[in-house]
Design a protein around this ligand. Structure first.
Ligand code: NDP
Length: 305
């Protein structure tokens, strides 16, 4: 049986270190890290995520504001709010919860956020910095950054000689994950919906990152013994006939756990790390605004070594 990678414990570690750093920043500079979260519409899952982010921000000692806008809000109104937050010196991080309603161009909104406040790491400037390895001044998207910290717990920071396969090529998870794995010296393959022979590719991976959005698609028999599995997928499936549901990942956990060396569960794996790294990015934004050029997510990684 494999070792479960406990994302809740890892996230708690990050947040414990972060709270110390927050107190230090406030004591030395008077700057209180702050995050503004914007949500448009009534998507129930988004509401849960936003509430959880706000709660964690407060626990970390941040100043946190939530801007909940009705579904019919226009794109121009969202742009105007983001521009207002960009200009507000009290706000260090801005997060616009995705997905946005269909009539709003998500890309335009994402690119309106000032790069130095883009704690999600989706602005082209931050994407480019990650792609070129300029991590000291970038923001790295939270889910891939959190996934890397979980991988480090198993393999350390240098992945030389290891084959990493990412299933999924989204801008939010797959592509930034590939850049981080490359930076850590892994040999990286990205698979997607047009890839042939996915089971065969999976069998060659030492590290398998699943970011597809397809419940339990990756089977236990596809993976090689001893592999490290990072399951990013979050899929709600029905659990019985009484209308109940449960969350599963993109990997068939029970099957994979019998062969993997280490594996993240769903829930309790990557999910908590995403929120912890959002807090880390916000602290980094505040630190930079206070004239301190720290990339906190990297400092957190260093603290683990
Ligand atoms: P996207 O829908 O943007 O991307 C999914 C990717 O999977 C695409 O690249 C797609 O390929 C690929 N894909 C789809 N079907 C197959 C298939 N049969 N074989 C191989 N590849 C396939 O999803 P995201 O990256 O945004 O999210 C992926 C999952 O991660 C979701 O379940 C999401 O809920 C979860 N998630 C979890 C987070 C967390 O905090 N734990 C945060 C963000 C996401 P193609 O490009 O060819 O269409």
């Amino acid at each position: 049986m494999s070792k479960t990678i406990d994302g809740n414990a890892a996230a708690a570690d990050v947040l414990t270190r972060l709270k110390v750093a927050v107190k230090q920043l406030i004591a030395e500079t008077g700057v209180v890290p702050s995050i503004a979260v914007v949500i448009v519409g009534e998507d129930p899952a988004s509401k849960v995520y936003v509430a959880s982010k706000g709660k964690t921000a407060k626990e970390c000692g941040f100043y946190s504001t939530e801007h909940a806008l009705p579904t019919q809000t226009t794109e121009e109104e969202v742009v105007a709010l983001v521009e207002e937050l960009n200009a507000d010196p009290r706000i260090h991080g801005i997060l616009v919860q995705l997905p946005l309603p269909d009539h709003i161009d998500s890309s335009r909104i994402t690119q309106t956020i000032a790069p130095e406040k883009d704690v999600d790491g989706f602005h082209f400037i931050n994407v480019g910095k990650l792609g070129t390895g300029e991590l000291d001044t970038a923001f790295v998207p939270c889910t891939p950054a959190g996934s890397m910290l979980l991988i480090e717990r198993v393999h350390g920071r240098d992945l030389s000689g290891l084959n990493a396969l990412i299933v999924g090529r989204s801008n939010i998870v797959g592509k930034p994950m590939a850049n981080l794995l490359l930076k850590a010296n892994a040999t990286v393959t990205i698979a997607h919906s047009r890839t042939k022979n996915l089971p065969e590719l999976c069998r060659s991976a030492d590290i398998l990152v699943a970011a597809v959005g397809s419940p339990e698609m990756i089977k236990g028999e596809w993976i090689k013994p001893g592999v490290t599995v990072i399951d990013v997928g979050i899929n709600r499936i029905s659990a019985g006939s009484n209308g109940k549901s449960r969350l599963v990942g993109d990997v068939a956990y029970e099957e994979a756990a019998t062969k993997a060396g280490a594996i993240t569960p769903v829930p309790g794996g990557v999910g908590p790390m995403t929120i912890a790294l959002l807090m880390a990015n916000t602290l980094t934004a505040a630190s930079r605004a206070a004239g301190r050029a720290v990339a906190l997510e990297l400092a957190v990684i260093d603290a683990w070594r």
